[in-house]
Design a protein around this ligand. Sequence first.
Ligand SMILES: [Cu+2]
Length: 192
Amino acid sequence: MRHISPNLILATFILVPAAIAVTVTSTSNPAPRATPVEPLRATAQIIDLSGRTIGSAQLTEAPGGGVTIALAAHSLPEGKLAWHIHQVGQCETSQQFKTAGDHFNPLNKSHGFKHGQGHHAGDLPNLNVSEAGIARTTVTTPNITLLPGTTTSVMDADGSAIIIHSKADDYTSQPAGDAGTRIACAIIQPAS
Ligand SMILES: [Cu+2]
């Protein structure tokens, strides 16, 4: 007959309930997990020079940085058109959208993807507008953020706007790519 140490028996009684207690504790109180964070979002309603809504853009902070802009608009002239993020969140039809200011350029670069000292944070690749006047695009620009308090944030004190122009951006001419007049405007606002 094997001799069982009284100490081992005692240890079993003490340690087993302790192990159960630990298990119960860890189940009811799981290790802290990263709280699922909703990506930052913004929205922008696009108006033309008569003040009529012709589309919208949805902006979403991209997981790897930057902002994805999904734009859909109609009643635009066919062809390639410039569009940019401009400095100020104002779309005044009576001012031909000029109060939206220049291109969003917090890093003081030159304009244009083809410029040696380019490009503005607000620069975007030209929009393709169909024969029916419809533009639909989704682009991710690494050059801006929706995170307030960041240098390249379009959600700054005076806001920002998306402007669509009457001509294509040549990606080199200063200060705005020889892109013609401003034909549509959208104030970027936090999505509710
Ligand atoms: Cu512009």
